[in-house]
Design a protein around this ligand. Structure first.
Ligand code: CS2
Length: 364
């Protein structure tokens, strides 16, 4: 059976492709992934160069686990491999599409929409499309964008967009190096499939009727903390997440941020935000896995509205403490004003190309 993936990067390789590899190894299933990069052909070429095989090395507290991943058996680039995409769209064995295109990929006319448009026009039978990006209600957002993009051409056969919460810290790495990550790995998916799917529950994936509480906990604690650490830390000369955690003041501020957020999270029984935060602090405190603050700092303009703003607005509405929530936004702004004026001449361009501009001026 086949999966098709859009957005070929390190996160996909260390998360969804890693789960598929474990499923094939441990449960005797035979799923293969055809993965496409959206922006540049590099990731697809790199996989071909290494014979569609790479190592994922997970490290934490002196423990290490290595897995050779071969579940991606085909790779392409949206810009040049559209015929291959059409062929996969027609293939009855392909029943599941996954997507990792980061927050800024969810915009009208984004490449992923062109890819899904092309696939769904060619497709004749049901297919499920699972978003694996850090957005609240990611499946619903993707569905709304695809429907708006396709208009009357949206298929009449069943197409579902289950929401999913994904979690694994995967710092950027150099091509050719093993992909380093943490031991922790989590995937919670809305059980709303309209076509056969891998039995991921056999390798620890959780299927639930509603992912909202899991999303809230992850976005508003882990990702919020990450963005806080990135801007607070960069503005004070730190380079990596674990260094800010090891700094007394950094850790104290982070704990104060958690104390503001937790009372505003409406979690069902069974999800314990305090225990989650303790685990997070241990995950962030992982010097064997240096995670650059600059990597997390990218695209703040599309990340903060997911991670900080809703909690800040709730705090304001309820008259609850929000000093650190507000400071996260201030620290982001402070980081931005240190960039040259050219960045501010066209705000839209800034949102789209923040990563590129930061690279050009040597910030990340
Ligand atoms: C990070 C996330 O780069 C970032 O913005 O906050 O990629 C984070 O590492 C993952 O969501 C962890 O699951």
């Amino acid at each position: 059976m086949k999966m098709l993936h859009l957005g070929l990067g390190n996160f996909h390789k260390a998360h969804q492709a890693w789960y598929v590899q474990r499923l094939n190894d441990l449960a005797g299933e035979h799923w293969e992934i055809s993965a496409f990069s959206m922006q540049k052909p590099d990731a697809a070429l790199e996989l071909a160069r290494t014979n569609f095989s790479y190592d994922v090395l997970a490290v934490q507290d002196g423990r290490r686990e290595e897995l050779r991943v071969k579940s991606i058996t085909q790779a392409g680039f949206l810009g040049s491999d559209q015929e291959l995409l059409r062929e996969l769209a027609r293939d009855q064995e392909m029943t599941l599409i996954t997507v990792t295109v980061t927050e800024k990929g969810y915009a009208p006319n984004a490449p992923v929409l062109q890819a899904l448009d092309l696939i769904l026009r060619e497709r004749r039978t049901p297919v499920s499309i699972v978003s694996c990006d850090n957005l609240q209600a990611n499946g619903k957002k993707l569905e709304a964008l695809v429907r708006a993009h396709m208009g009357a051409s949206f298929p009449t056969f069943p197409v579902s967009f289950p929401c999913s919460m994904v979690d694994r810290i995967v710092p950027a790495s150099r091509p050719g190096d093993a992909i380093k990550t943490e031991l922790f790995c989590q995937w919670v998916i809305e059980d709303a499939f309209v076509a056969p799917r891998p039995a991921f529950e056999k390798v620890g994936v959780l299927f639930v009727p509603d992912v909202t509480p899991f999303e809230l906990m992850k976005l508003r604690l882990l990702n919020a903390a990450h963005s806080f650490l990135a801007y607070w830390g960069l503005n004070r000369g730190f380079e990596f997440v674990h260094q800010v955690i090891a700094d007394n003041e950094g850790r104290r501020q982070l704990e104060a941020l958690f104390a503001e957020i937790i009372p505003l999270l409406d979690l069902p029984t069974g999800l314990d935000a305090h225990a989650y935060v303790q685990k997070l602090l241990a995950r962030f405190n992982n010097p064997d896995l240096p995670h650059r603050l600059a990597q997390i700092a990218c695209d703040g303009s599309v990340k903060l509205p997911q991670r900080i703003v809703p909690t800040l607005l709730a705090a304001l509405a309820q008259g609850r403490p929000h000093v650190l929530l507000e400071q996260t936004v201030t620290e982001w702004t402070r980081g931005m004003v240190q960039l040259p004026d050219e960045l501010f001449s066209d705000p839209l361009r800034m949102v789209k190309d923040e990563a590129e501009l930061r690279r050009r001026i040597g910030v990340s």
